[in-house]
Write a protein that binds this ligand. Structure first.
Ligand SMILES: Nc1nc2c(ncn2[C@@H]2O[C@H](COP(=O)(O)OP(=O)(O)OP(=O)(O)O)[C@@H](O)[C@H]2O)c(=O)[nH]1
Ligand SMILES: [Mg+2]
Length: 378
């Protein structure tokens, strides 16, 4: 064994000994019917989280009750009728019990306090849209030290302009309290090459839900790794990175790292980001996670960092990768980017709506002015 290898080995062992940080995710909430269906696909057998589905529709809760731990009905049980104000009222009936649920989940999980509190909401109709801003506020006020990871599915364009306006109105309020990761149904279906106008809606939902659940399951698995952490990330690193209104997460998965180029990784990560992003001129905050069944070569880390800075406008300030090497199937690589402005995202989405960048995306000018008023009023 030559000298540099010995030093490298010692270095590796030292990093390993120092890193104890893996995040606790004791609870995952869902808000709304779509949110509940995605939550029902989340696999918590390894991460140990309690799944809590909150909704004003008892019928929709029944559909998933076997695949969540706690269905929480509210309102009159018949849905919030596409009225966000009603959704908000319905949620406020149970809002007080949210901190208790989180504490109980911590007890079950065996942690003092949560590192991460996850929420998956579907916005565009009544309950999800109305409850989201209240929910993120309650969580933030009661658990100021926890990092909130909030995912929201947004409507397909064919649903009409009202759901989109409701969705963005809800997001606009929610981002005052925390960074939100939007997952657009429209963009997801386009990037997965499914045409929502040709295939039955339930099938489209099914495909989109499975894909989103796959991304989240793999992400949670990495964030809760209990071994093999070669280069760690702390709760404060994660918190620092959650900047600005909007964030995005991209994932690439391979059987092995052999023959994988960084260009390919970036391409694959970009194709799994279901939002139209415009990074602020000051750049994006973010980092990446590699959860691998083989040793990760330094060259890959070097090149990935370099390209994210060069091509994705990442600032280096919070760029602290999480590198995990352990027995598992394949390699998963994620990027988490934040510090994106909601109005910029809407602007880009509007652009493709109005000018029809993709078939089936054409929309009217009156809709544009409606949604523009939401964001671009001086
Ligand atoms: N990906 C995905 N999106 C869904 C699903 N169900 C609904 N959505 C989307 O989520 C948005 C909100 O719909 P719901 O979740 O049904 O609404 P809700 O919050 O239950 O609202 P109310 O029923 O009016 O109280 C819609 O615009 C749909 O496009 C689903 O199973 N998967
Ligand atoms: Mg509903």
């Amino acid at each position: 064994m030559d000298l540099s290898e010995t030093i490298f080995k010692r270095f590796r062992e030292r990093i390993r000994a120092e890193v104890k940080h893996l995040f606790t995710i004791p609870i995952i909430f869902s808000l709304g019917s779509g949110g509940g269906r995605i939550l029902s696909n989340i696999n918590v057998s390894k991460i140990g989280a309690v799944k809590v589905a909150i909704n004003s529709s008892i019928r929709d809760l029944r559909q998933i009750e076997e695949r969540v731990d706690l269905p929480v009905p509210c309102g009159n049980g018949g849905g919030s009728g596409m009225r966000p104000e009603k959704g908000r009222e319905d949620y406020l009936e149970v809002a007080e019990s949210i901190p208790y649920m989180i504490e109980k989940a911590c007890e079950v999980y065996g942690c003092e306090e949560p590192d991460l509190i996850v929420t998956i909401a579907s916005v565009g109709h009544g309950f999800g849209s109305g409850s989201l801003p209240e929910h993120v506020k309650v969580v933030k006020e009661n658990f100021p030290n926890a990092v909130q990871l909030v995912f929201t599915v947004t409507p397909f364009y064919f649903e009409g302009d009202a759901p989109l306006v409701r969705a963005y109105r809800s997001l606009r309020e929610a981002v005052k309290h925390t960074t939100v990761f939007p997952l657009s149904n429209q963009i997801a279906s386009l990037k997965m090459s499914i045409d929502p106008q040709k295939i039955r809606l339930t099938d489209v939902y099914h495909v989109v839900n499975s894909r989103i659940a796959e991304i989240l399951n793999t992400l949670f698995e990495a964030l809760t790794a209990s071994e093999g952490v070669r280069m760690g990330m702390d709760k404060s690193d994660l918190r620092n990175m959650m900047q600005g209104e909007i964030g995005a997460i991209g994932m690439a998965r391979y059987y092995s790292l052999a023959g994988i180029t960084v260009d390919k990784v970036l391409q694959d990560m970009a194709s799994s980001i279901y939002a139209r992003l415009t990074v602020r001129t000051e750049g994006a905050y973010g980092t990446y996670i590699i959860d691998s069944n083989e040793q990760v070569p330094l060259a890959l880390l070097n090149e990935l960092s370099r390209q994210l800075i060069l091509k994705w406008a990442f600032r280096t300030q919070y760029l602290k990768p999480l590198v995990i090497e352990r027995e598992r199937e394949g390699v998963s690589i994620f990027t988490i980017m934040t510090n994106i402005v909601l109005s910029k995202q809407v602007e880009r989405e509007l652009h493709s709506l109005i000018f029809g960048l993709q078939a089936g995306e054409y929309w009217t000018k009156s809709f544009a002015s409606k949604i523009k008023k939401l964001f671009f009023r001086k």
